[in-house]
Design a protein around this ligand. Structure first.
Ligand SMILES: NC(=O)c1ccc[n+]([C@@H]2O[C@H](COP(=O)([O-])OP(=O)(O)OC[C@H]3O[C@@H](n4cnc5c(N)ncnc54)[C@H](OP(=O)(O)O)[C@@H]3O)[C@@H](O)[C@H]2O)c1
Length: 255
């Protein structure tokens, strides 16, 4: 789909765009259609470039840590893809702190242009802070791109009246629901009050809260309505928080 849109509308702007793609979750049948072996990564990027009609991407990600492939093989395959001109930079996604630290050693050895670990991160899901992976990224002067920044829409004005029983949360954020629906709804309403005081919608404040920190290079927000995208884009107009606002937010989240 992106290939079609790129060819029809975006092609003249290629030099202004950062285009990224990933490999690691299931893409084709058989053992090489997923994970992070050399064969999988190389084949996946070739296929992706063909589908999009591109010569190169800006960032190519290993979408998940592969317990059955030596990490050096994954790092070397990513590095070779840079040398072959198919990607300018490399990234990883869903690698925890220990896995990130280990692969960074290989990237240093190979002088690989490694820039990002894409992680599940939002106000309600702080696992990447607790695990130490954010600190590791800061120490190495690289960044994260936060996915699921609105916690499947919980951090918008959509569930202020309650969270339906059939609400589904992504596997990376399931702990968010542990506190129970009614306690969570109460917190969402308290957060919404702070957002209103900042002249932001809840979604804008949730995105701004992530972007306030330099270690968050970007956020991947999912929206299927143009109005939602327009709402979310305004988040960048105010990414500064007072200490008081940050304290109030922490108090609500940890109550
Ligand atoms: N690296 C990984 O392993 C990984 C894993 C999961 C996802 N991702 C990436 O992250 C992206 C975002 O994930 P996500 O969809 O879970 O993100 P999200 O941005 O946290 O949540 C999206 C949900 O929020 C709703 N929403 C967005 N803006 C809104 C607004 N202004 N007002 C009300 N509702 C709003 C959307 O509804 P509507 O659809 O109605 O607009 C959708 O239901 C995905 O597209 C994917 O590319 C990466």
């Amino acid at each position: 789909m992106f290939g079609q849109i790129y060819q029809a509308d975006l092609k003249p702007y290629r030099d202004e765009l950062v285009i990224t793609t990933k490999a690691g979750f299931h893409m084709w049948p058989g053992p090489y259609g997923q994970m992070s072996s050399r064969k999988t990564l190389m084949t996946a990027l070739d296929n992706s470039l063909k589908r999009m009609g591109l010569d190169y991407v800006d960032i190519f990600y290993s979408h998940r840590f592969d317990p059955d492939t030596n990490l050096e093989e994954t790092a070397m395959a990513l590095d070779d893809l840079v040398r072959s001109g198919k990607t300018l930079y490399v990234g990883i996604s869903n690698y925890d702190n220990a896995q990130t630290q280990e692969i960074i050693k290989y990237f240093h050895d190979f002088h690989t242009p490694f820039v990002v670990n894409q992680l599940s991160y939002n106000m309600l899901n702080r696992e990447v802070e607790e695990d130490g992976v954010l600190d590791t990224l800061k120490t190495n002067n690289v960044a994260t791109v936060a996915y699921g920044p609105l916690a499947e829409g919980l951090l918008t004005n959509r569930y202020l009246g309650g969270i339906p029983e059939d609400f589904q949360i992504h596997w990376s954020s399931t702990a968010v629901m542990d506190q129970g629906r009614s306690a969570l709804t109460q917190k969402l309403n308290q957060l919404n009050e702070i957002a209103q005081n900042r002249d932001q919608t809840m979604a804008q404040m949730a995105l701004a809260w992530l972007l306030k920190d330099d270690v968050v290079a970007s956020v991947v927000t999912g929206a299927s309505k143009v109005s939602h995208l327009e709402d979310n884009l305004k988040a960048v107009q105010n990414t500064t928080f007072t200490t008081d606002e940050l304290d109030q937010i922490e108090k609500i989240l940890h109550a």
